[in-house]
Design a protein around this ligand. Structure first.
Ligand code: PEP
Length: 248
């Protein structure tokens, strides 16, 4: 049985002071969670978060990682640096990175490889924009992004990878894909993984839904057979809301 995974994406929110209090508030509320619980915090809050989650169910994640191991890449943070801080998961290719910071399928792939080589667990984000959806290109886009992200990734690494299907039009907008729509698109992503590897690997892959997932809609989304978890933005910033999603 796959263990579902609910991850909070804090984006550029919280200082070290609020990181500590928020995690202290979340921890007791998710103590009996049946799923894996992750918080992906800003780089500057990693050490505070690591200390705050010690002895709890919560696991630590970051929001990006460099493709190079070290060198002249001003502003980047390497996989080894994250490993040293006991980071376990890292979000790669979030649509905000693709939209505002020039992330491409190729750079996503390079970051995934760097993360895997250093022992991190990538959460690879894919998803179509509203324009692409309205043009009937959802399947084409998620297949292209999936093929791109997994290019050259050895089968042995697959167990450490999580995919997040995040329709861009649903992120931070309050609009959620219906549970059926999310399920159907995740099935398309899973089929792409099956084509790249095999049925066993595809079925074992945990694929999350992300996009305005919250306390109200989590249980309906999580009941769908293809949905193995959630990547949660806005609702991960309030302890009660995040806990309700985790305890869907
Ligand atoms: C996200 O940023 O990954 C996300 C899903 O955000 P929100 O839940 O706020 O839509």
């Amino acid at each position: 049985m796959k263990k579902p995974i609910i991850a909070g994406n804090w984006k550029m929110n919280n200082t070290n002071a609020t990181t500590k209090t928020l995690l202290q508030d979340i921890a007791p509320l998710v103590e009996n969670a049946q799923c894996e619980v992750v918080v992906c915090v800003p780089y500057t809050n990693i050490d505070t978060a690591r200390k705050a989650i010690r002895g709890t169910k919560i696991k630590l994640g970051a929001q990006n990682v460099a493709w190079a191991p070290k060198g002249a890449y001003t502003g980047e943070i390497s996989a080894e640096m994250l490993k040293e801080l006991k980071v376990e998961y890292v979000i790669i290719g979030h649509s905000e990175r693709r939209q505002y910071f020039g992330e491409t399928d190729q750079s996503v792939n390079a970051r995934v490889k760097a993360a895997l080589e250093a022992g991190l667990k990538p959460i690879i984000c894919v998803g179509e924009t509203l324009e692409e959806r309205e043009a009937g290109k959802t399947a084409e886009v998620v297949i292209r992004q999936t093929n791109g992200a997994f290019e050259g990734i050895e089968k042995a690494y697959l167990k450490r990878i999580v995919v997040a299907y995040e329709p861009v039009w649903a992120i931070g907008t309050g609009k959620t894909a219906t549970a059926q729509e999310a399920n159907d698109t995740i099935a398309i992503i899973r089929k792409a993984i099956r084509k790249l590897y095999n049925k066993t690997a595809a079925n074992a892959m945990r694929i999350q839904y992300g996009g305005s997932m919250n306390a109200k809609n989590a249980s309906e989304l999580m009941a769908m057979p293809e949905i193995d978890g959630g990547l949660i933005g806005g609702a991960s910033l309030k302890a009660e809301d995040f806990a309700k999603v985790v305890n869907y």
